[in-house]
Design a protein around this ligand. Structure first.
Ligand SMILES: Nc1nc2c(ncn2[C@@H]2O[C@H](COP(=O)(O)OP(=O)(O)OP(=O)(O)O)[C@@H](O)[C@H]2O)c(=O)[nH]1
Ligand SMILES: [Mg+2]
Length: 195
């Protein structure tokens, strides 16, 4: 993939703050610390477009990024990414957790053309991941499932693990991904441009 440009547009917590619609929009969601921001940076071929945090649950806003990309030298297209705060982060006051949940639900219910649901490839799908996929599908959203951090597993176990996660999530395909070793990036781009 040729990435002509990738830029942060703005952060939002409520619909009035979303950038005007128009671009194909892809939301990146998953549990806290699963590797959403790292995945977005790997796709954008940028080190620090989205902030990667060592402390889980640090990204509390919806962060929008616009990219101009092309599969060949011709026909660049624009696409928008939304990096969402992670779910399944239970510490912090209950009311705050609820606020995050409402913020995400409002966004997902109204905007994205597709959701990239990222699952920790080492851990496997958690109940909250399965819930997220079912809920997105019930809203008629296309789901692209990605298993992150697969560099942590021996090569020989990766296929078995992505098959297992596909079964857990009841989806046809799970993309084997590592931001660290940069595999799965082109496969994910292909899926994003096929939305
Ligand atoms: N080994 C390995 N570590 C990774 C990979 N992707 C992310 N990490 C690490 O996992 C941690 C969390 O990464 P982030 O990209 O910030 O995760 P996030 O899902 O955006 O986290 P929140 O925004 O806090 O929900 C960081 O320490 C990353 O360096 C990967 O492919 N392989
Ligand atoms: Mg993040």
């Amino acid at each position: 993939m040729i990435v002509h440009s990738a830029e942060f547009v703005k952060s939002a917590t409520k619909p009035a703050e979303y950038p005007p619609p128009g671009l194909r929009e892809i939301a990146f969601c998953g549990r806290s610390n699963v590797g959403k921001s790292s995945c977005l940076n790997a796709l954008a071929q940028r080190k620090a477009l989205a902030r990667v945090s060592r402390t889980p649950g640090r990204t509390r806003l919806i962060n929008f990024f616009d990219l101009r990309v092309a599969e060949t030298l011709e026909n660049p297209q624009e696409i928008r990414f939304a990096d969402l705060p992670g779910y399944g982060f239970a510490s912090g006051p209950k009311s705050e957790t609820k606020q995050w949940q409402q913020m995400i639900e409002k966004y997902l219910g109204s905007r994205p053309d597709a959701l990239v649901v990222l699952v920790d490839g080492e851990l496997g799908a958690q109940p909250s991941d399965i819930e997220m996929v079912r809920w997105a599908e019930s809203l008629g959203r296309k789901v692209i499932a990605v298993a992150t951090k697969l560099d942590k597993l021996a090569r020989s176990r990766r296929k078995q693990q992505t098959d297992k996660i596909a079964g857990q999530l009841a989806v046809r395909e799970v993309i084997a991904f590592s931001a660290k070793e940069r595999f799965g990036v082109e496969e994910l781009w292909h899926a994003l441009l096929s939305v």
